[in-house]
Design a protein around this ligand. Structure first.
Ligand code: GSH
Length: 214
């Protein structure tokens, strides 16, 4: 049994895409994070911060995108999206997958909020270092890890898409655009998009605010 707690166009999107890549049956539970009354308190039993995504698998709940991504890609190895322990790509795979949440996302959020801080003030470091690192990775190879698509790409590509094309905080470098075109040209990406659009019809509409540096 696989249940996916999510909201459309949110930090659950990369996991949504991954679930489509895995090809396993799963049930969607809409958590309407934009509902005027907020997320019901009872959802804390699933996610302690009342955030999406969360996944329930065979009675166990997994939260935090990076953990969910690792868990699912390892739990369904037949999809071939997680370099296994012993594979020489495993180190880069874990590093880049976690980087999406521990550095990329908070560095973007800090920039979008106009937060002023010293380079060592927060564990995610500077926005400029983050952009340079992601640019360097993607200039040297087709995907987050070498020349094949892994679960790390569901997180990195969905993060780049949202922050560059919608939030407009990540600079629109060609290397990011080319990577996005490559990484999203997949049947599972298209089926995820269709399902997310369908889910959005049941949820409170999104209203994105312009970033403070716009
Ligand atoms: N640390 C969490 C963060 C997830 C997160 O920020 N989710 C947002 C959606 S973009 C959310 O659920 N917000 C609803 C709220 O805070 O009420 C993860 O990476 O899974």
């Amino acid at each position: 049994m696989l249940k996916f707690y999510c909201a459309p166009w949110s930090r659950a999107s990369g996991v949504f895409w991954l679930l489509e890549e895995l090809g396993q049956p799963y049930e969607i539970e809409l958590v309407d994070i934009r509902a005027p009354g907020g997320v019901p308190e009872s959802y804390r039993a699933i996610q302690p911060n009342k955030k999406v995504p969360a996944v329930e698998h065979d009675g166990f709940v997994i939260t935090e995108r990076a953990a969910i991504t690792m868990y699912l890609a390892d739990a369904f190895p037949q999809a071939g999206l997680a370099p296994p322990i012993g594979d020489e790509r495993r180190a880069a795979y874990l590093t880049r997958l976690v980087y999406c949440d521990s550095v990329f996302d908070p560095a973007i959020a800090a920039r979008a909020q106009g937060l002023k801080y010293g380079g060592n003030g927060f564990s995610f470091g500077t926005f400029e270092d983050m952009v340079a690192n992601v640019e360097k990775i993607l200039a040297g190879q087709a995907y987050a890890v070498g020349d094949s698509f892994t679960a790390a790409d569901t997180q990195l590509a969905s993060g780049i898409h949202f922050t560059m094309n919608i939030l407009k905080v990540l600079p629109p470098l060609d290397v990011f655009g080319d990577y996005l075109a490559r990484a999203t040209d997949r049947p599972a990406y298209r089926s995820y998009q269709a399902k997310e659009a369908e889910l959005a019809r049941r949820a409170t509409p999104v209203q994105f605010k312009a970033p403070r540096n716009a």
